[in-house]
Design a protein around this ligand. Structure first.
Ligand SMILES: NC(=O)C1=CN([C@@H]2O[C@H](COP(=O)(O)OP(=O)(O)OC[C@H]3O[C@@H](n4cnc5c(N)ncnc54)[C@H](O)[C@@H]3O)[C@@H](O)[C@H]2O)C=CC1
Ligand SMILES: CC(=O)C(=O)O
Length: 315
């Protein structure tokens, strides 16, 4: 099973490394418009193979993405310290107009997995370009808020002193400043967070909630301030999404895809829990949010919708 990565900078190469470390797929192709970067990353990761799993990883050009089951798109620029994701839009939209048609020309049956920011809008743009080439929107997905959901679960795990894999909680909406942490639906072992707090005698007050919310929402800003980029979390999230597609696992994750209506906002690409598998998206799952979360989701969807309108896409 072949996976290609277009844009083999920090995010793309870390996703490839994560695939190798977990033995996901059999062949990985790295494409980058700076070919020397792709060659160097492929060589470096190849040297991890004898310690991990028997995959081949090599640099290539667009014709080499042929017969990929998944193509990760992580090409473009990332945020500089203090910059928001939305500020990257124009530069990355130009990159996508260059690379998405080339990917589809050579791998028309692949699932496209977008990571470049602002990921909701970039996935929408990729979907538009793909539609012009006859690719259904169900096969164009973005990493969405999978990383934010992981951050939320990780912080709740720390707070309650339990394995974060046993926490069911989700971040939805924009992968950005307006994202929505769905506190009202979070559960541990079938119990609400309030019930679990009582069982374990661990306080969950407004100050704790506010602190966790802030650390999830601002995580990227803090990490970029400290080391210039984020890549381990997103690289792992991308590898997990690839695994779901390659093995048709039919998992539910907060990826983003084109959805007809979210909180009254129509035809929008945003993160909600999605059921997906080998052919891409099977369904987006509406949630029973409380009133304040519902209002926040509507506000988040409106922000994304306004940006889509502002770049005058054909929607
Ligand atoms: N969705 C998420 O949760 C996350 C998204 N990101 C986003 O991922 C993107 C990549 O970030 P990094 O890897 O840190 O940046 P980077 O600068 O390290 O890598 C980007 C790569 O894209 C390549 N590239 C640029 N234009 C290209 C083109 N037309 N064709 C092929 N390759 C091209 C560059 O040569 C570079 O190697 C950014 O937009 C960043 O904001 C980063 C972290 C998390
Ligand atoms: C950069 C980015 O989008 C993140 O780490 O969430």
């Amino acid at each position: 099973m072949k996976v290609s990565v277009v844009g083999s900078g920090f995010v793309g190469s870390t996703a490839a490394y994560s695939l190798v470390m977990q033995g996901i797929g059999r062949e990985i192709v790295l494409v980058d418009h700076v070919k020397a970067r792709a060659i160097a990353e492929a060589a470096d990761i190849t040297h991890a193979v004898p310690f991990t799993h028997p995959l081949t990883i090599r640099a290539g050009d667009y014709p080499d993405v042929k017969r990929s089951a998944v193509v990760i798109i992580s090409a473009g620029v990332g945020q500089k310290p203090g910059e928001s994701r939305l500020e990257l839009l124009q530069r990355n939209a130009d990159v996508f107009r260059d690379c998405i048609p080339k990917v589809i020309e050579h791998a028309p049956d692949a699932v496209l997995l977008v990571a470049s920011n602002p990921v909701d809008i970039m996935t929408h743009i990729a979907g538009e370009i793909a539609a012009e080439c006859g690719v259904p929107s169900s096969r164009v997905i973005g990493s969405g808020t999978t990383l934010d959901t992981a951050r939320f679960r990780s912080l709740l795990g720390d707070h309650f002193g339990i394995d974060s894999r046993h926490i069911h909680s989700q971040v939805i909406g924009e992968h950005g400043d307006s994202e929505v942490l769905t506190w009202s639906l979070a559960t541990i072992c079938g119990l609400s967070l309030e019930e679990f707090s009582e069982v374990r005698g661990i306080e969950l007050n407004d100050a704790v909630r506010k602190s966790i919310d802030e650390r999830v929402r601002k995580a990227a800003y803090r990490i970029i301030e400290g080391k210039g980029a984020t890549y381990y979390g997103i690289g792992s999230a991308l590898a997990r999404i690839v695994d779901v597609v390659l093995h048709d696992q039919r998992s539910i994750m907060t990826i983003c895809s084109r959805i007809e209506n979210v909180a009254g906002i129509e035809n929008i690409t945003i993160s909600m829990p999605h059921l997906f598998g080998g052919e891409g998206v099977m369904a987006s799952i509406p949630l029973m949010l409380d009133d304040s979360e519902q209002a926040s989701l509507k506000a988040s969807a409106t922000i994304v919708r306004d940006v889509i309108d502002s770049i005058s896409l054909k929607v």
